[in-house]
Design a protein around this ligand. Structure first.
Ligand code: RTP
Ligand code: MG
Length: 148
């Protein structure tokens, strides 16, 4: 089953959006297999955003993502990487359609509420940066089976 790493960023936590965002993914039919509130270490943040390390906004990005608690989640479901990215909307809220998370809740690129892995390979890399295997539900469990 395809997995992804979704993370309510510090701005989303501060704006009390955790519940609404979890609800969207639950209602879509995805299965939550792990979640926790925590604060990223600088090392975790730099590793997480490594692909952007040469960009001018890298310092700001690391400062922002470590500025307060996040709500990190591992979800699974068919095509979840692409589908959850579609639900999140474009990176810049100016381009994010109404009805998407960023389209509904965000005003600027720096504070865009949520992160989602951009490929199954990124998901594996990100999940292992934030979760130990024993923190994730595996195999069958009786609550929250996929709706389809
Ligand atoms: P994310 O990784 O957070 O899910 O967002 P994304 O894939 O949609 O966007 P990505 O290109 O990976 O960029 C990561 C985060 O960096 C910030 N950003 N700032 N100032 C800028 O031009 C700029 N571009 C990107 C955003 O917060 C973006 O979510
Ligand atoms: Mg990204």
């Amino acid at each position: 089953m395809e997995k992804t790493y979704l993370m309510v960023k510090p701005d989303g936590v501060q704006r009390h959006l955790i519940g609404k965002l979890v609800q969207r993914f639950e209602e879509k039919g995805f299965q939550l297999i792990g979640a926790k509130m925590f604060r990223l270490t600088r090392e975790q943040a730099e590793y997480h955003y490594e692909e952007h390390k040469d960009k001018p906004f890298f310092g700001e990005l690391v400062a922002f993502i470590t500025s307060g608690p996040v709500f990190g989640m591992v979800w699974q479901g068919d095509n979840i990487v692409a589908l959850s990215r579609a639900m999140m909307g474009k990176t810049n809220p100016l381009d994010a359609a109404p009805g998407t998370i960023r389209g509904d809740y965000a005003l600027n690129t720096g504070n865009n509420i949520i992160h989602g892995s951009d490929s199954p390979q990124s998901a594996d890399r990100e999940i292992s940066n934030f979760f130990r295997p024993e923190e994730l539900m595996t195999g069958d469990y009786p609550v929250g089976l996929p709706l389809n």
